[in-house]
Design a protein around this ligand. Structure first.
Ligand SMILES: [Zn+2]
Length: 172
């Protein structure tokens, strides 16, 4: 019993190390590669309560990395955002996540029914179909750049020459 308890705490410590490492690497990588980093402004406490809720809208870049260890993302979100704030000062945009998963990124129509499943967005108005994470992430990006969900018109924002043009889309 004592032995397994010790083993358990060792595993926990190692998990915490991995999480910290992932957060440092990810935040450095994102800050280096992107001009604007949009994150959903989430209640971190609510997020950590549910790994599934945390992963509902992970965004484009973090999603790929999150596949490495979803639990790391789930429990490290608050810290990741804090590190991004330090490493990308003035370039982190917090976006109200409301409706980002229900709004069509193609036409702007908002309807809960467009969320066909956890994975698929299918607009009831225009028929636009997309990966649900990607659709939501694009709404978050557009909100960060344009001010409101599905703000349309006015053309694309000016693209910086030397860096990746597209913002990184983080969410949870
Ligand atoms: Zn639509």
């Amino acid at each position: 019993m004592r032995h397994s308890g010790l083993l358990g705490s060792r595993l926990k410590a190692r998990e915490a190390d991995r999480r910290k490492d992932w957060i440092e690497k990810t935040s450095t990588d994102l800050a280096r590669r992107f001009d604007v980093i949009a994150v959903e402004d989430l209640n971190v406490r609510g997020m950590t309560g549910s790994a599934r809720g945390t992963l509902e809208r992970p965004g484009v870049n973090v999603r790929a990395k999150a596949g490495l260890n979803r639990s790391i993302l789930a429990s490290g979100w608050g810290r990741l955002v804090a590190r991004l704030e330090r490493k990308a000062p003035g370039r982190l945009v917090r976006v109200d996540p409301r409706y980002t998963s229900q709004t069509c990124n193609a036409c702007g129509h908002r309807a809960p029914g467009s969320r066909e499943s956890q994975a698929v967005f299918w607009c009831v108005a225009c028929g636009h179909r997309a990966n649900a994470d990607l659709n939501a992430a694009r709404n978050i990006r557009d909100t960060a750049v344009g001010g409101t969900v599905a703000a349309r018109g006015g053309g694309a924002p000016a693209r910086p020459v030397n860096r990746e043009p597209q913002p990184t889309l983080l969410s949870s």
